[in-house]
Design a protein around this ligand. Structure first.
Ligand code: CP
Ligand code: NVA
Length: 336
């Protein structure tokens, strides 16, 4: 008899449109229950442990995961690279076997993407990618949830958080997102997700900072299927034309610190500002997103702290979307 495959979340490229929508619906419902209806979760993870093996720093992903696990009745166990043998002094293969023999799930932040694939191959429990140098899938779920809240039906008062009654599929397709920045893990994650959902997407990256070719191929295929418009440019003004959302990220990702000076030069002209949006012709009510942490070189204070900026809503939604992922993988044991 064949063993049933363990479900993991390595990249949203592996999930169907309806599986992504299921996660968003679940996140919206959990947020409503916990935050507005004051309901507990029923503690389905009582007695279970989620290990967080993080080889890089984290504020949002760590706090979101630990607080979501606690809400579900489980125990989060944070294991930083200073604390355990994480690819240093012991192979990842052995680490995966050992941790998965005792914990019920592993949320892993890694350097090279191949590390998360090794963990998924040898772990006997679900693996969630908490960021690799190629993909950051849980961040994109929070971005989609925030886009649904901002562009879907909503109320101005917290107690009337009603968007849980509506389906994100009615509001997300047709929006246009413009990426202004590096061809990094965030851009890759958007490329494998937004075109699949019928969201129009344009990306401006400097020369020599383009996204990986295999990821662009996936995006093109998905765009063809869904009818979403997809474009690439090196001119930020071109990309923001008709954008509902302008999004960027740091120019210097974790692990690239030694390239800082060169990158600051190469990204000249890529700062998100009000005048870039105006001159490029973004939609009148465009909004700004950023996964954080943020530096002022990629977006100035005027945009970052303006009412257009939904970065702190986006950060909070990390909790509700990660909660939905944990619920799917550790409780329901399926994305369907
Ligand atoms: N956006 C994000 O992943 O933030 P952290 O690195 O703080 O977890
Ligand atoms: N691109 C950034 C994202 C941080 C959440 C990095 O990898 O450091």
């Amino acid at each position: 008899t064949q063993k049933k495959a363990i479900p993991h979340l390595i990249t949203l490229a592996d999930l169907s449109q309806s599986q992504i929508y299921n996660l968003l619906r679940s996140a919206i419902q959990h947020k409503y229950n916990a935050k507005y209806a004051g309901k507990g979760s029923g503690e389905p993870l009582k007695g279970k442990t989620l290990a967080l093996t993080f080889s890089k720093r984290s504020t949002r992903t760590r706090v979101a995961t630990e607080s979501a696990t606690a809400y579900l009745g489980g125990t989060p166990m944070f294991l930083g690279s200073q604390d355990i043998q994480l690819g240093v002094n012991e192979s990842l293969l052995d680490t995966a076997k050992v941790i998965s023999s005792m914990a019920d799930g592993i949320m892993a932040r890694v350097g090279p993407h191949s590390d998360i694939e090794v963990l998924a191959k040898y772990s006997s429990v679900p693996i969630i990618n908490a960021l690799s140098d190629k993909y950051h899938p849980t961040q994109i779920l929070a971005d989609l949830m925030t886009m649904h809240e901002v562009f879907g039906p909503h109320s101005d008062t917290d107690s009337e958080y009603i968007s849980h009654l509506h389906h994100p599929k009615d509001f997300l397709p047709g929006l246009k997102v413009a990426w202004i920045g590096d061809g990094n893990n965030m851009l890759h994650s958007m490329l494998v997700t937004f075109p699949k959902l019928g969201i129009h997407f344009s990306a401006a990256t400097p020369k020599n900072y383009q996204p990986d070719a295999d990821v662009v191929e996936i995006a093109k295929k998905e765009a063809k299927n869904s009818g979403s418009e997809l474009s690439f440019t090196t001119a930020p003004k071109e990309a923001v034309k008709d954008a509902d959302i302008i999004v960027t990220d740091t120019w210097i990702s974790m692990g690239q610190e030694s390239e800082k000076l060169q990158r600051l030069k190469d990204f000249a002209g890529f700062q998100v500002t009000m005048s870039l949006a105006e001159q490029g012709g973004a939609k009148p009510d465009w909004k700004f997103m950023h996964c954080l942490p943020r530096k002022s070189e990629e977006v100035d204070d005027e945009v970052f702290y303006s009412p257009r900026s939904v970065v702190f809503e986006e950060a909070e939604n990390r909790k509700w979307t990660i909660l939905a992922v944990i619920d799917a993988l550790l409780v329901k044991k399926s994305f369907d």
